[in-house]
Write a protein that binds this ligand. Structure first.
Ligand SMILES: [Zn+2]
Length: 140
């Protein structure tokens, strides 16, 4: 989860924000020491680059909108990257995984706990899966 996809501030294309390797911090993900490491944005379309120093990190997306977002009449769904969107899709597609304790299950469960209620509602399943498909199209 140390990879955020956002809209490029220069061209509106797909840009990637990653935490830079930083002596003294461990690669243990968001919410940990690495959360405070400097970040670098690189656009996959125009190669625009931007760097955020330690002080500017209250906002992990550098003030840019998350690339993977989808609007519905119920609300907006956000995913920070491809893997996160994949977890959400797995969860919505197969509700039985909600109770799983297999490898990956805990991760799925913590992702699920942060999902809006409308995303988890069984009656919205098809609508949410279509939304995820539309969001995935924003990766290209
Ligand atoms: Zn760009």
């Amino acid at each position: 989860m140390d990879r955020l996809l956002v809209d490029c501030p220069a061209c509106g294309g797909l840009a990637v924000i990653v935490a830079e390797e930083d002596a003294g911090t461990e690669a243990i993900g968001w919410g940990s020491a690495r959360h405070h490491a400097p970040r670098r944005l690189t656009c996959t379309a125009c190669f625009h680059q931007r760097r955020a120093a330690r002080q500017a990190l209250a906002d992990p997306t550098m003030g840019l909108p998350l690339r993977l977002r989808g609007e519905t009449r119920h609300g907006t769904l956000f995913a920070i990257n491809e893997a996160h969107l994949g977890y959400i899709e797995d969860y919505v597609r197969d509700p039985l995984r909600r109770e799983t304790v297999e490898p990956g299950g805990i991760r799925n469960r913590s992702v699920a706990s942060r999902l809006p209620r409308w995303v988890k509602a069984a009656k919205h399943r098809d609508e949410v899966l279509k939304l995820i498909e539309r969001m995935r199209a924003r990766l290209r």
